[in-house]
Every structure is written in C-alpha cells, then in structure tokens.
Design a protein around this ligand. Structure first.
Ligand code: A2P
Length: 276
C-alpha cells in the first residue's frame, strides 16, 4: 500500500502517519516498534529524553523493513542545547539507536530562558551538512522563536512538531508554517487518549463511518494536511490507528471537528514557560 507523504522544504518526504513513542517504556519499545513496522508504519518518532532509543533502534534492526524505508526522528534534549553539546548529543542518540543517520533531528523545546536555541540550530545545520541527519526541524516552537531562527540564521526548519488535536488546533501557528513552507507535525494527536476520544460529537461521526473515535481524529489530522504520530503500546490499537486510509470524512464532519477548537485546550507544557 502506498502511504501519503508530505514534501519537506529540503526535497525529502515524510510519511504523514507515524508512530509515537513518548511514555513507551524502554523495555517495551522494541516490541512496540516491531508491531508498528509490521502494521505498516514507516515513520518512527523518539527522543533522547524518552529513554527508549535503544529499544526503538532494536525494533528497527530486527524488522524485515529495510532501514532506508523507515523515517526515523529523534530529538535534542534541553540540557544538551548549545553548539558543541548538540553535536555530541546527536552522536549519542545515533549510538543508542545503532544508526549512522536519522531522517529528522529536532530541537525538542525552545527553552527561551536558556537562550541557546540559535546555537543549537546552527549545530543542526552542520549535522545535516555532514549527513548525520537528513532533515532538521524544531518542536514546540512558537511564532516569535521561529521568526528569530529565520531572521538570525536564514535556515528554515523543515518541520515544527507541536501539540495539536481537535481540542487545541493551533490555527495561527499553522498559518505561519504554511507561509514559510514548514510542515506541521501533531504530537498527542489523540489528546493523550483522554476526553477527546469520548467526545459525543466525535463518537457520532465514528458511528456513521463504522470507525473508532481515534480513527476519526487521526483521519482529521491527515485531512488537515498534518503529519502525526499517535502513540500506543497495544498491538490492537497500533493496528487500529493505521487503518485510516480506506475512508474519508465529509465536509460536515470536518466542520464539526474544526468547531471543537479551544484556545485553552493545551494538555502539555506551554513552550514559553516550560521549565525542565
Ligand atoms: P495505549 O498506549 O495503552 O494504547 P497520544 O498519541 O495523543 O499522546 O495518545 C496516546 C494515548 O492514547 C495512550 O495513552 C494510548 O494508550 C492511547 N491510545 C492510543 N491509541 C488509542 C486508540 N486507538 N484508542 C484508545 N486509546 C488509544
């Protein structure tokens, strides 16, 4: 089956639907990644702070899927921001993953109070030039952080990975991304499996299409032109979340989902004030 991909501003392509591993324990990561690759996912997302890069790498290595067919993302942790620290941190991630390159390396959080994301970004540019990562991007950056990055370095990130789900739709940030050719990638696309998946309006749409609430929400992300990385450690749900290519939402469904936006609907930390 051919999966939808999105073009990046550096000429690469990213699969639109990927597999997230935040909160996936190190000891179950290999099994979860194996299940995801067997189910058809070709984008695997991890981060050094998740503590599971070794397991994620193991899952990729034991799979029958050739390395070059898997798009692997990992991320620079806050305490490793800075030029030299970033270069070292990427090498450490590659060592844990047992890979010679990742497909995408992201600055995990801007941490404006640290004020090191410009230096870190310049290191990411070097990592890309040296082939240790194919593409570079950021995560949790707000418009002022992106503007500063563009103004000071002239290098536009390929991706900004941000919290995004129907209860928190990030319209102005998405608009900025569209103007600058940055792909928006949604983290916690299912609202972390909470109230969103019990929403009466979503359940009604799900019933109409004979799909689950999770499948409807993920289909909405694809229809919005987003890349997205739902997380699960449960093989049945890993499979369920990938079975979203055989149906489409209609304009009325999309309007209902778009209407669920709540500017205060953020579940995770606020990138302007996050302190970890
Ligand atoms: P589990 O790992 O036990 O499947 P998000 O990607 O938005 O952060 O959501 C992840 C959370 O949602 C996890 O708690 C995950 O639990 C749960 N989850 C993932 N897929 C589904 C699904 N299809 N139905 C219900 N819950 C799900």
């Amino acid at each position: 089956m051919t999966q939808p991909t999105l073009p990046l501003n550096d000429g690469s392509q990213i699969p639109q639907l990927g597999f997230g591993t935040w909160q996936t324990p190190a000891e179950t990561a290999a099994a979860a990644v194996s299940a995801a690759l067997a189910a058809g996912y070709r984008l695997i997302d991890t981060a050094s702070i998740y503590g599971n890069e070794m397991g994620v790498g193991e899952g990729i290595h034991v799979s029958d899927v050739p390395r070059e067919e898997v798009f692997v993302t990992t991320k620079l942790w806050n305490s490793h921001q800075g030029y030299d620290e970033t270069l070292r941190a990427c090498d450490e991630s590659l060592r844990r993953l047992r890979l010679d390159y990742v497909d995408l390396y992201l600055i995990h959080w801007p941490m404006p109070r640290l004020d090191r994301y410009l230096e870190s970004w310049r290191a990411l540019v070097r990592l890309k030039n040296e082939g240790r990562t194919r593409s570079i991007g950021v995560s949790n950056f707000q418009i002022p952080h992106l503007r500063r990055l563009l103004d000071e370095t002239g290098v536009t990130p390929s991706i900004n990975q941000i919290e995004l789900h129907p209860y928190f739709q990030q319209r102005s940030l998405r608009e900025f991304h569209a103007q600058h050719g940055i792909v928006t990638e949604s983290w916690s696309p299912l609202g972390q499996g909470g109230a969103l998946l019990r929403d009466g309006q979503i359940l009604r749409i799900a019933q109409k299409h004979q799909k689950t609430a999770a499948q409807v929400v993920l289909r909405w992300h694809l229809d919005c032109g987003l890349a997205t990385i739902p997380k699960s450690v449960n093989p049945a749900r890993i499979g369920e979340n990938f079975q979203i290519f055989g149906f489409r939402l209609d304009a009325g469904d999309i309007a209902v989902l778009n209407g669920l936006d709540n500017p205060k609907g953020r579940i995770g930390p606020d990138p302007d004030t996050a302190n970890f």
